[in-house]
Ligand binder design. Structure first.
Ligand code: SF4
Length: 445
């Protein structure tokens, strides 16, 4: 905002803000007078910054203070995340030099009518003509996929989806989704396979709290961590209904779920036997009918301490989900694989945590491939911890591997089975005084 020659910025999913701005300009407003449009950012005189944080405003540390103090930076991040996860956020203010930046709060979650209106526009479903005759790998992946909702209430510390799309789920109507699926089936290159019926987290479609009033006052960054909220309605029946309707179309041979599934959501015992039965059916149908050979899931780590920093459930839950996966595969004589994703060098992760991850995944007979070393991306708790060295909520110091050597030392444990790393790993485990892990990792010596 400070550097760019712009009058106003919209953030997040910007349709509603764009329409508000466009209508106001059409009606003769001056762009400089549009200072209160939800989900926009504008420049204001410093004199407009309130004296202090109050019920409608958050006064953040100035940009210059943040350059001097990482603690101030971490506090700002926490405020931003809390406000962006609220139904009714407050206006945020930050001074830099002699100007004030005003961040107007997000719009409340879109209604189904609003989100349908956006998805039902007459898109061509084609890449921009400038890419004519070029292969676009991302397009190959999405051309036969359908996005059913926006938002994610998982709150994973390394993910920025809720900063873009909000914590609350905005779901398309079934009719709108079916219209798009039928459009996909008419595409010239459609061979009967829908590659994804998904969303930011595939299985949050249509979900929200039982008591929306309580949700509208909630400040939790995640409805699932540290424990699933007792107000959360995790009934998967609307989702199953859509899967069934899509699969009943004569043009569809199979529909896959390519987006990430939150198994902690579908496995969570709600206390309502009817819902728990539906959710068990969801897990079974997902594994039986909607996996294209390999089901990718993201336990992300095996250490509960690291998982807690990541705002992910315990690794025990992955074991339980894998047991369901194995049972369904054997029941229906399927030969599908489960592919777990993991991250090294995440804030809070020490080298020994990676050594234990190597041992536990070895004992589960995984040779990991789908792994990544933590990469800081803007607007996440993890990146804030990486940069400031503090957890933005507790403001306590937190370790993160930073140097190339430290990161490599963590990453190589993924590949314990590669001869190239064996000697180094054994040396490292001796240095860490963990001969027990050497024995478990290389029981044959
Ligand atoms: S009250 Fe519970 S279900 Fe509602 S937003 Fe908060 S954590 Fe999520």
């Amino acid at each position: 905002m400070v550097d760019a020659p712009v009058d106003i910025i919209t953030y997040g999913m910007g349709e509603l803000a764009t329409i508000t701005i466009a209508n106001a300009l059409r009606d003769g407003a001056n762009i400089n007078d549009l200072t209160d449009v939800p989900q926009t950012i504008v420049r204001r005189p410093v004199s407009e910054i309130p004296e202090a944080t109050n019920g409608d405003n958050v006064v953040m540390h100035s940009f210059e203070e943040c350059l001097q103090s990482k603690r101030a930076h971490a506090e700002n991040f926490r405020n931003i995340e809390i406000e962006s996860n609220k139904w009714h956020g407050r206006t945020m203010w930050q001074q830099t030099g002699d100007i004030a930046i005003k961040v107007n709060p997000m719009n409340p979650p879109m209604t189904s009518e609003q989100i349908d209106a956006s998805f039902d526009l007459p898109y061509t479903r084609l890449p921009h003509p400038r890419y004519k005759d070029k292969r676009i790998p991302a397009y190959e992946m999405i051309r036969h996929s359908v996005n059913m909702h926006r938002g994610c209430f998982g709150g994973c510390a390394f993910c920025t989806i809720s900063a873009h799309q909000g914590k609350f789920i905005a779901s398309r109507s079934k009719q709108s989704i079916m219209r798009e699926v039928k459009q996909v089936t008419k595409m010239a290159d459609f061979k009967g396979y829908i590659s994804d019926l998904g969303g930011p987290s595939a299985n949050m479609y249509g979900m929200h709290g039982h008591d929306l009033d309580r949700c509208s006052r909630c400040t939790r960054p995640s409805c699932l961590h540290p424990k699933p909220c007792i107000n959360l309605n995790n009934d998967h029946s609307k989702l199953l209904d859509i899967y069934h309707s899509v699969d009943a179309l004569p043009e569809v041979k199979k529909s896959f779920i390519g987006s990430g599934v939150r198994y902690d959501l579908s496995m969570h015992k709600s206390g309502n036997p009817a819902v728990d039965k539906i959710n068990a059916q969801y897990n079974e149908e997902l594994i039986r009918f909607h996996v294209s050979g390999r089901l990718k899931v993201a336990p992300e780590h095996t250490s509960d301490e690291v998982l807690n920093v990541m705002r992910k459930p315990s690794f025990e839950l992955f074991r339980k989900f894998k047991a369901i996966f194995d049972r369904v595969n054997s029941k229906y004589h399927l030969k599908q694989q489960i592919i777990p994703y993991f991250i090294s060098s995440h804030p809070g992760c020490q080298e020994v945590d990676m050594a234990e991850l190597a041992v536990l995944t070895r004992e589960l007979d995984f040779h990991l491939e789908q792994v990544q070393d933590f990469t800081p991306t803007p607007m996440t708790v993890s990146t804030e911890a990486f940069y400031t060295g503090l957890h933005p909520y507790t403001l306590q110091p937190i370790f993160t591997a930073h140097s190339k050597e430290e990161k490599l030392a963590q990453r190589r444990y993924f590949f314990w089975y590669d001869k190239k790393y064996k000697h180094e790993i054994i040396q490292a485990l001796r240095r860490l005084h963990r001969p027990d892990l050497i024995k478990r990792l290389y029981p044959k010596g």
